[in-house]
Unconditional design. Structure first.
Length: 318
C-alpha cells in the first residue's frame, strides 16, 4: 500500500526529495510510536501499583492509542499478517472496557434517578457487575506480559523505520487517516435513525479515525486550534445513542432476574433519552464532512476556499 501513496505538497516541499521526506516521516511516525509506547507502559505500571477507576481509564485510552498506531504501522509496512501486539493489547482492554462502561453508568445513574426514582433499583445490578469486572481487571493488569509486548513493538518499530526512512515516490503520510475517514463516511451514509446498531458502528469507526488523526496531526497544515475539541464533541454526541441502548439492556436484564422490579418507568425514561440522542445525532450529522478531506486529492476542509457571499441587492428608496 505504501508504494501507491501520494505525497501532499502542503506537507513536504518538493515531492522528489526523498531524503527530506524520509526525515519528516520518521519524525512524525517514530515520534508518535515512541510516545504511545512509553505512555502505555507508564499507565499500566500506575494501574498495577495503584488500581483505581482513573488508572483503568488511563490504561484504556493509552491502549487504544497504541493499537491505532500498530494498525497504521501495518499499513506503512504493507504487512498482511495479524499483529500479535494488537491482539495482546486488545485482550487486555476488553475487560477494562466493560468495567469502565459499568462505572460510567453508575456515575450517570444518580442524575437519571432525579427524573425517574425507580431507576435506582438498577444500582444493585451494576454494583454486582462492577465487583466481578474489578477482579478480572486487576488480574489482567497484573499478569499482562509487558516484556513480550516490548519485544513485539521493538520489531514493529524497526519495520516502520525501514519503511519510512526512504519513502517510495508518492508516499502520503495521511493515507491511513483517509482510509479510516472513508469508512466513517460509508457507515454514516448507511446509518438510519431506527438502526441504533448502525449508529454505534459509526461511533466505533469515528474513534478509530480520531486516534489515527492524532498520530499525524503535527504534520497537518494550519490545523484550527479547536479541531480536537470538535472531534471529541461529535464522538460524544454519537455515543449517547449507544449509552441509552446500554441502559435499556440493563433494565431488561434486571426485570428478567427480579420479578418485583417494574421495568416500565425505566424503559420509558431511557427510550426517551434514546430518541433525544438520535435527534441530536441527526442535527449534527452534517458536521462530519468538516473533519477531513473527502479524498486524497482534495484539500482539507479548513483550507478549502469558501465561496464569496453575494451581497443582497438593496432597493433604492423612492
Amino acid at each position: 500500500m505504501a508504494s501507491n501513496w501520494r505525497l501532499p505538497e502542503v506537507v513536504m516541499m518538493e515531492a522528489n526529495r526523498t531524503e527530506a521526506g524520509g526525515t519528516e516521516a520518521r519524525q512524525v511516525f517514530l515520534g508518535a510510536f515512541d510516545q504511545r509506547r512509553e505512555v502505555f507502559i507508564a499507565r499500566l505500571k500506575t494501574c498495577r501499583d495503584d488500581f483505581s477507576e482513573a488508572a483503568v481509564h488511563d490504561v484504556r485510552v493509552a491502549s487504544r492509542r497504541l493499537i491505532a498506531f500498530v494498525e497504521v504501522a501495518q499499513l506503512l509496512t504493507g504487512s498482511e499478517q495479524p499483529s500479535r501486539a494488537r491482539r495482546q493489547l486488545k485482550d487486555l482492554i476488553d475487560g477494562f472496557d466493560a468495567l469502565r462502561d459499568t462505572q460510567a453508568m453508575q456515575a450517570r445513574l444518580d442524575d437519571h434517578a432525579r427524573e425517574e426514582p425507580t431507576i435506582l433499583a438498577l444500582r444493585e445490578r451494576l454494583l454486582t457487575q462492577e465487583q466481578e469486572l474489578l477482579r478480572k481487571a486487576r488480574r489482567d493488569a497484573r499478569t499482562f506480559d509487558t516484556r513480550k509486548l516490548k519485544d513485539r513493538l521493538k520489531r514493529l518499530r524497526a519495520q516502520v523505520d525501514k519503511s519510512v526512512a526512504k519513502p517510495a515516490p508518492g508516499f502520503d503520510p495521511f493515507a491511513s487517516v483517509d482510509e479510516a475517514f472513508a469508512r466513517v463516511c460509508r457507515l454514516d451514509v448507511a446509518a438510519r435513525p431506527e438502526d441504533t446498531a448502525g449508529i454505534h458502528r459509526v461511533r466505533l469507526a469515528f474513534k478509530k479515525f480520531r486516534y489515527r488523526f492524532e498520530i499525524v496531526h503535527t504534520a497537518l497544515p494550519a490545523l484550527p486550534a479547536d479541531y480536537p475539541a470538535r472531534l471529541h464533541t461529535y464522538q460524544t454526541i454519537v455515543g449517547r445513542v449507544q449509552d441509552a441502548e446500554t441502559f435499556l439492556a440493563l433494565t431488561r436484564e434486571c426485570a428478567a432476574q427480579d420479578e418485583t422490579f417494574d421495568p416500565a418507568p425505566a424503559l420509558a425514561f431511557y427510550t426517551r433519552l434514546r430518541a433525544e440522542a438520535i435527534d441530536d445525532w441527526l442535527a449534527n450529522r452534517r458536521a462530519l464532512a468538516a473533519f477531513w478531506r473527502p479524498a486524497p486529492d482534495k484539500p482539507f476542509p479548513w483550507l478549502a476556499r469558501r465561496p464569496r457571499r453575494r451581497s443582497t441587492p438593496r432597493s433604492t428608496p423612492q
